[in-house]
Design a binder for this molecule. Structure first.
Ligand code: NAD
Ligand code: TYD
Length: 376
């Protein structure tokens, strides 16, 4: 079936994996990647699909309502997968207004433009979907009731039998929203607007909340790519606080596969949590990264542990995130494909093999070369 799908934020980390998956898997779909190319957007992430006939890049700001109206009409968009956002918690602490503008006002502009176009069509909302990608951070923080870890109550392919859970509670789809950072507050607000457009106007919408992603093409301000690159260059590894915070990690391609499945098979107005039951204490994860990078670079094992530098904690640092994804697994049959150990190995190898990609970012060249070819 022919479809015209708008993917926002496709030049970013997760968005680029979603664009690649859709362009390769659905030759009959026209994929429009709409991205403002902020510091986090990098068209080099999509070099392998940029010349495909079913792919088009449009540089635009989701907060510009007139542009959203024009683009959605011009490309006769019938499905939207909305990933564009400001995504880094530390930046949100320094500059909350940019997060409110993009994540809240931008999502609202996109919703409104889609609503106006779809309501103007004879078939109205039939066959349409506004799919909003959100985060587990909207649920707030869970307690570390078991700081040393207890056997994880659930396992998936992403987790192994000896994996630990660091508390008894998990985020489920009905967990009350309780965001703490300006980032998570802005994402929570955008989730509410998406649901309000369903409840008020009958717009077909869907929201998913995913745990921390890792994998290729992640901007090196986030923990995993930052630390891989710093180890390679013998630079300090800034561990916030005592390194005891817990995150639940999912390989980015497994998130993209979940998005594909939910976009096609998910129930309208539903929420699905996405995660692989794969909790790691930051300091333990950091030691795995160090061990893997040292081994692949031929350094004596663990020698880079001397780079660990404990620094002042992040303000309002959420202690633990842990997603319960059993609804998605039982209702739609999704399962992560990778064991965490394989995923981390693959990820570290990718960054070490793509030093040119990393250097382009750390030097700032990516913004000049790729991203200046387009004007808003
Ligand atoms: P990212 O920061 O790597 O990419 C965001 C993309 O959005 C960039 O390409 C950027 O240029 C674009 N963008 C930013 N502001 C824009 C604007 N005003 N108009 C148009 N484009 C704009 O982010 P990511 O990590 O790929 O996250 C993508 C989405 O997934 C976000 O909505 C995020 O909240 C959500 N999410 C991320 C994670 C994670 O671990 N990274 C986990 C769960 C959910
Ligand atoms: P991050 O990758 O920023 O994701 P999020 O804040 O959305 O979970 O951080 C992951 C964890 O690592 C988080 O607990 C903060 C911590 N962290 C550090 O200890 N040092 C760092 O330099 C960074 C970027 C993060």
């Amino acid at each position: 079936m022919k479809r015209n799908i708008l993917i926002t934020g496709g030049a970013g980390f997760i968005g680029s994996h979603v664009v690649r998956l859709f362009v390769n898997k659905y030759p009959d779909y026209n994929i429009v990647n709409l991205d403002k190319l902020t510091y986090a957007g990098n068209l080099a992430n999509l070099k392998d699909v940029e010349d495909r006939p079913n792919y088009k890049f449009v540089k635009a700001d989701i907060a510009d309502l007139d542009d959203m109206r024009r683009i959605i009409v011009e490309y006769k968009i019938d499905g939207i997968i909305h990933l564009a956002a400001e995504s880094h918690v530390d930046r949100s602490i320094k500059d909350p207004f940019t997060f409110a503008r993009t994540n809240v006002m931008g999502t609202l502009a996109l919703l409104q433009a889609a609503k106006e176009y779809w309501e103007s069509l004879p078939e109205r909302y039939d066959g349409k979907l506004f799919y909003h990608i959100s985060t587990d951070e909207v649920y707030g923080a869970l307690e570390l009731t078991h700081p040393e870890g207890v056997p994880a109550p659930f396992t998936t392919k992403a987790s192994s039998e000896d994996d630990m859970a660091y508390g008894t509670e998990f985020f489920v789809e009905t967990t009350k929203y309780n965001p703490h950072s300006p980032y998570s507050a802005s994402k929570a607000s955008s989730d509410h607007f998406v649901r309000a457009y369903h409840d008020t106007y009958g717009m077909p919408t869907l929201v998913t909340n995913c745990s921390n992603n890792y994998g290729p093409y992640q901007f090196p301000e986030k923990l995993i790519p930052l630390f891989i690159n710093n180890i390679r260059h013998g630079k300090p590894l800034p561990v916030y606080g005592k390194g005891e915070n817990v995150r639940d990690w999912l390989f980015v391609e497994d998130h993209a596969r979940a998005i594909d499945l939910i976009f096609h098979k998910g129930k309208e107005a539903e929420t699905y949590n996405i995660g692989g039951f794969n909790e790691w204490k930051n300091i333990d994860l950091i030691k795995v990264i160090i061990k893997t990078v040292d081994r692949l670079l031929g350094n004596p094992e663990g020698s880079s542990e001397k780079l660990i530098t404990y620094v002042t904690d992040r303000l309002g640092h959420d202690m633990r995130y842990a997603i319960d994804s059993r609804k998605l697994q039982s209702e739609l049959g999704w399962e992560p494909s990778l064991q965490f150990e394989e995923g981390i190995e693959k990820t570290v190898r990718w960054y070490l093999d793509h030093q040119d990609w990393m250097d382009n970012i750390t030097s700032g060249d990516y913004e000049k070369y790729y991203n200046n070819m387009y004007k808003i």
